[in-house]
Design a binder for this molecule. Sequence first.
Ligand code: FRU
Length: 491
Amino acid sequence: MDWTREMRYRPYKDYSALDLLKLQRQAGSSPAQLHYHIHPASGLLNDPNGFSYFNHEWHVSYQNFPFGAAHGLKSWMHMSSNDLVHWQERGMVLTPDNQYDSHGAYSGSALAQGDRLFLMYTGNHRDKDWVRTPYQLGAWMDKDGHVEKLAKPLIEKPAKFSEHFRDPQIMEKDGHYYAILGAQTAEGEAGHIDLWTSDQLESGWHEVGLVQMSQYQMGYMIECPNLVFVDGYAVMIFCPQGLNKQVSSYQNVYPNMYLIGDGFNFDHAELVNSSDKPLNLDCGFDVYASQAFNAPDGHAYAISWVGLPDTTYPTDDENWANCLSQVKELHVKDGKLYQQPVSAMRTLRVDAKRYDFAGTLPMIPEPDTQQYELSITIAKDQEGSLNLLGSQDNHHALKLNFDTKKGQLTIDRGQVGQPVATDHGTTRTIDLTASHDLELQIFIDHSLAEIFINGGAQVATLRYFADQNNNRIYFNQPTKAQGSLWPLSNM
Ligand code: FRU
């Protein structure tokens, strides 16, 4: 379907309850529907927003256009959880309903303050000539989930930036409030992260300055910056659109990357001793706009949009698109970010049906569902291909081509089913340590694969669109490996 501007920005009230119900039914009955990941009840999901811990619960919202698989009028759809794995939908918390966010309640973050949660987000406003003005806005959410927006913007766009100034991440440090924003300079169109501070929260915001974090230009626009403190390091996670591939290579249309510093200087807006050349946060095909925060339990957690801007997916035809990743716990080891499943992911395992395997194997017991966790160690110094989601006739599979002697893994989604974003290639190659066992922890959820490599040293996330009967798991030749497979329950 071609989505005209009028269709994208049609007010929600012009749709009937029945329109929405039909869309929800259609999304709910999709064979590709996710069963233990956050997905839209209808329409399009993009960035995670307001990831936080408040009132003894975990919270995350996502950018949602409920009326189709299009980037239309966006709201925040709110989810909450007791364990970071089982999520419940709580309804829309921020909708476009005033002069500042009339054309979308865009991405932002949340900060717990006593018995209320402060939401800071970008209001997307366009005038009658379609000229855009972004406003950084505030709102309070109480324990019952009721939201009250502040009457006035917290931050108005400085003239030095273009219309692209958005996605505030709010933090509190030593009694001061700080926010980092993604920005594009009006002159020269360079991507930056801009630091702001206030002592009052509801007012008094002023600019500290552009964050110094790399000697290289970070593309033409940075979206969704997140600063998180991990194992004594400061980690900046961000999306540098248009980053020169000579600085850091990437294959997706837009990258989601990170830099590590020894610390962050809030007075001078500097990522101290930055790693300088950003690395891909995810080595797969579809991760973007990840949001991370330091939780009161002492851990740093991240959650990602599994989907990319300017990209179509096969479920668009069913009027829904995209999902969020599982939550990942962050660590820093040897100057690199590690991402691991949270321990509560184990509660999804159906232990009564656990399959263990070991030996020189041609294949692994076939699950009767595309909803499982496969933990597998492939012994060092072997070459071959582990095929997942395989059809009976061997024509279709997700191929994990490994060379544990050289230390390389290539993920090939070219033959698994319906094609996705093939302009950006059908393979992703990940360099590993030579002559080492390869440990994979693989989560499959009907159209999503999340592959944690060597204890989370790398993660490769990807959507695939295969026949739901294609469940064969096999090596192209007998391979020395061991591991376990658990069917997983719904969340
Ligand atoms: C990133 C993004 C953000 C923006 C939001 C709008 O995917 O473009 O920069 O706030 O999506 O939905």
